[in-house]
Design a protein around this ligand. Sequence first.
Ligand code: NI
Length: 212
Amino acid sequence: ICYNKQEVIFMNDLIKKDMLLYSDIIKDDHPDLRQKSLPANIPLSNEEINVLKLMNDYLWNSYDNEIVEKYKLRPGVGLAAPQIGILKKMFCILAYDEKGDFHNYCIINPKIISHSEEKTYLETGEGCLSVDKTVNGLVHRYRRIKASVYLYDFETQELISTVLKLEGYLAIIFQHEYDHLYGKLFYDRINKENPFFIPENSHPVIFSPQDE
Ligand code: NI
């Protein structure tokens, strides 16, 4: 197990925490967000499990209006370890897909092994907990991806190796978080000359209207 000095400092701070606040998330002027992350240890160290738990809890807290208001959290559907200063290949996703199904993944050492030619995008553009300002423009990503990953399950405390197949909104979130592991931010992928350009093979995610 090895960590760089900066990580040890962050880890020591994080270990004392039982919850992440919005202020714990580093912003896009921080050089760590431009670094390439290292693979996490397999099996995970206790520190890495702790980091995953803090990230996953932040996302769960995002869905609790009382907690959001009390701690002034900015809600999110995905959070990657580099965003809290830990340059490890780990991220969490907690989101409803376009059909209204709920997904929670704690992903470790992902590798995209194949993808569709077809692309997709969010008509509202993307946002990021590490980007305070609104950036106008569309981000086109693969509509379907297949990725080899480790998934950590907090209930069973099991780490399983599997291949995830995702499409549409979930595939977008996955690729956004995956980019964080390679020092890339969503606005890097917006067409500079024509931010709202739509390639022929890209179609928007359509969210089905939710009843109630
Ligand atoms: Ni982000």
